[in-house]
Design a protein around this ligand. Sequence first.
Ligand SMILES: *Cc1c(COP(=O)(O)O)cnc(C)c1O
Length: 362
Amino acid sequence: MIKFLDLEKVNNRFRDEIDSRISRILDKGWYLQGEENETFSDNFAKYCGTKYCIGVANGLDALNLIIKSFDFGLGDEIIVPANTYIATILAISQNGCTPVLVEPDINTYNINPDLIEEKITDKTKAIIIVHLYGQVVQMEKIWDLAKKYNLKVIEDSAQAHGAFYKSKRVGNLSDASAFSFYPGKNLGCMGDGGCVTTNNEELAAKIKAIANYGSDRKYHHIYKGINSRLDEIQAAVLDVKLKYLDKDNEKRREVSKYYRDNIQNPKIILPKVYNENSHVWHIFAVRTQERDKFQKYLQDNDIQTIIHYPTPPHKQGAYKEWNNLSFPISEEIHKTIISLPISPVMTIEEIKKVVEVINEYK
Ligand SMILES: *Cc1c(COP(=O)(O)O)cnc(C)c1O
């Protein structure tokens, strides 16, 4: 079976380094808010080119903390792509804000910048963009709108560690960016993890405090905070893996290039790419009108696929109030999309087999 993502193989490449870092933590007996978190946060901030990085418990919390720290709340509207993973939208709802869904561009699967302005009202406070599947959002129009209407821009970078726009990395393209280090992400830990990157000193301090019971120093609580911290073991694992992120992303690019150069089947629509060097291919999503049949065919040929995602957020039970709304582009994507195996540990034989099997599909 060609796995969608062989995580055991991904992480076992670093077993010795991870083992020794975890041993060091056992020797020290210090598990939260210590040196490992500090080292990784510094290194990840440097990697992204931002002044600050705050380790938190997961990607959803990272988004949540950004929204909270801007003091957005009841009545405030936040623009978000209709086809994102539901976490982005949940973070908005959880703060009492109103998510305003905007259709994606069918070619990039990212928010369509031309459809944003018509959704801006005097209640709009921010635009959250999502670099979906690892492809960076074309930022120029987003920045222009933010300037024109005095809005914050927030990145959901959970699927795009290492991607860049012009000369800047994802995480450094907005007022604040949320990352997830969920195991399957391009930079993933061995459990839950996340972070916020920003260049805003005041915001960084506030997020750090809110994530730690609203405390700026021990037993001194200036916000009604939460508990959302990146633990030492996860920070150590991430610090090991960060060194290999660019190489791993390069490998993903090679797999993607091979797929795009060699998959030739009129029934399969390949993804479109804005910038070959920038895309980090968290997901290699193709589209087909016969998605279920195609998925079963691949399964029968020992190729595992996953669907990102089968149901659009506005059709979910969690958002019953939206179930009758219509977002045709998003719905078309959710109905036809399917993700092929892609990872830094795929062998050339596996990549070739995926291509062969797909080219023989009738
Ligand atoms: C994974 C993901 C999240 C959530 O991250 P968690 O660490 O699982 O909370 C948010 N947004 C997007 C786009 C994601 O892919």
